[in-house]
Design a binder for this molecule. Sequence first.
Ligand SMILES: Cc1cc2nc3c(=O)[nH]c(=O)nc-3n(C[C@H](O)[C@H](O)[C@H](O)COP(=O)(O)OP(=O)(O)OC[C@H]3O[C@@H](n4cnc5c(N)ncnc54)[C@H](O)[C@@H]3O)c2cc1C
Length: 299
Amino acid sequence: MKHPECLVIGAGPAGLTAAVYLARFRRKVLVVDGGASRAEYIPTSHNFPGAASGISGKELLAQLATQAKRYGAQITRGLVRSLERTDDGFIAHVEGEAIKAPRVLLATGVLDNRPALPNHRELVYGGSVRYCPICDAFEATDRRISVLGPLEDAVRKALFLRTYSRKVGVLPLDRTLAKDDPERAPLVEAGIGVADAPLADLVVETDRIRAIMADKVEFEVDVLYLAMGAKVRNELALELGADCDPTGNIRTGAHQLTSVPNLYAAGDVTSGLDQISVAVGQAAIAATHMHNSLPRNFR
Ligand SMILES: Cc1cc2nc3c(=O)[nH]c(=O)nc-3n(C[C@H](O)[C@H](O)[C@H](O)COP(=O)(O)OP(=O)(O)OC[C@H]3O[C@@H](n4cnc5c(N)ncnc54)[C@H](O)[C@@H]3O)c2cc1C
């Protein structure tokens, strides 16, 4: 059985930042990661503070992993299948192996819901399919933008996107806009059109996407934003009875502690803004408290 002082589950920006801090606090830290951080999908992030020329998600993850390993953090691939509490901490079960640790950080992120598009990853890297207007709407300025998702969620995102383009439309997945819909007035004021029928098909062409609606009307789209929600990776937290909000995000209090003693959470898996800068900030807070709450490690 492995015995780190701190076990970090997830090697996205949150988990890797925590590993950098904990390793620099001279703690024995082990990061276990199942792969496919959300950040891997970022073609170039232009809003990460300090990266003035932008940085790709893969490059950021590689830099963080190198930085964490430089100070002695161990990073391994594997899926933590279950987590149990013991008198003095936790035991994590990872494919035939057990890890015992007095402090655990959950940095397990979320999984985006998405439509079945054959070359989804290429479309995301090319910028024609996107998830997060806060992240990259600036780079869609004046393009023909459509938002795909359940009506209410898509309307919210579309109104946000109107800051960047006059050509914004909504492609509802569930229902169309009713005459007395409360969404109607703000949409009319913003000049945002809503398709009269739900989406039937998406056809990807070289430089655009064609959205074909159930009534056969077609829309040409330069940038398709998805507003389809996400699955929060909170299984381990739920197993231990940690409080989560109605969406499933783990609730944290001071120092990123969950409602379970010695169990911390940081990044997209918690309630709050799903952004790298938030994830790394929360990870720094969690890691510092994890260190201060462990027996002192004087040199
Ligand atoms: C296309 C796209 C573009 C984006 N652009 C930006 C941007 O420009 N700026 C910005 O701030 N944000 C951006 N984001 C959001 C950003 O990627 C996330 O906020 C960030 O990755 C969250 O980091 P995290 O560490 O919380 O989670 P993640 O990066 O998702 O990492 C979680 C990790 O935990 C692992 N994991 C989950 N469960 C387990 C388990 N049981 N055992 C082991 N490992 C597990 C997963 O495999 C994953 O590797 C973008 C997101 C997308 C999809």
